[in-house]
Design a protein around this ligand. Structure first.
Ligand code: DC
Length: 225
């Protein structure tokens, strides 16, 4: 049987870096479910649709053609054979993805897509509802958190390195706004699964978080790990 490890948590808590590292160490497949929501948002934006109906959203989500190319430090993401890695990280796409992710039709479609992607493989799945909805029977569940201020600082540093001129204040406000959207939505709101190990990474390094996770995983005695 395949093993599923889920890592949920708010934006900027370090999920992507940690999930990728963990998947590399364990030699599991890494799936970034946020990228699926972002690619759906990109399709909506590319088609210049102001308010997509459920039918259009279902059509878009069902026809997503996403390939994750997992490298050691950097992953590339392709949609219909086009590299969209950077494009899907824009603030506009972040906001639209957050809005579309509140729609049941989007969630239903992308939940089945994630289950299909796991397809009998050992996976590390990063998301918001990976442990609560997508894989409620996952073997090990983590909820990675950090204070909004710390998450704002991390995202700000990332964006500044890429040459962006947004202020720390703007970035932190946007994170708080997205937290509100993600935790208050009616369907699959962001919350830890009852059996998730909650890790607050505010004062922890990435290595410390990954080590803590590996410690927990070892307790489960997964075959080959
Ligand atoms: O993890 P991220 O920032 O790339 O996610 C983009 C948006 O998609 C975010 O606002 C929350 C939403 N999302 C979700 O609702 N469920 C998921 N499993 C993953 C992301």
């Amino acid at each position: 049987m395949n093993s599923v490890i889920t890592i949920d948590g708010p934006s900027g808590a370090g999920k992507s870096t940690v999930s990728r590292r963990l998947a590399n160490v364990l030699e599991f497949r890494y799936i970034d479910s946020g990228a699926l929501y972002r690619i759906a948002a990109l399709e909506v934006m590319d088609r210049h649709i102001e308010e997509p109906s459920d039918e259009i959203l279902a059509e878009i989500c069902r026809n997503l053609d996403v390939v994750f190319s997992n490298g050691k430090e950097q992953n590339r993401i392709f949609s219909h054979n086009k590299d969209v890695t950077e494009m899907i990280r824009s603030p506009e796409i972040s906001m639209l993805a957050s809005q579309l992710s509140a729609r049941p039709v989007t969630r239903e479609c992308l939940t089945s897509l994630q289950r299909g992607m796991a397809d009998n493989m050992n996976i590390v799945l990063e998301g918001r509802d990976a442990g609560t909805v997508v894989f409620p029977d996952a073997l090990v569940k983590f909820f990675l958190d950090a204070s909004p201020e710390e998450r704002g600082k991390r995202r700000f540093k990332e964006l500044s390195l890429k040459g962006s001129s947004v202020s720390l204040e703007q970035v932190t406000q946007e994170i708080i706004k997205r937290d509100q959207n993600d935790t208050s939505r009616q369907f699959a709101p962001l919350r830890p699964a009852a059996d998730a190990l909650i890790i607050d990474s505010t004062t922890m390094s990435i290595d410390e978080v990954v080590d803590r996770m590996i410690q927990e995983i070892k307790l489960k005695k997964i075959e080959g790990v």
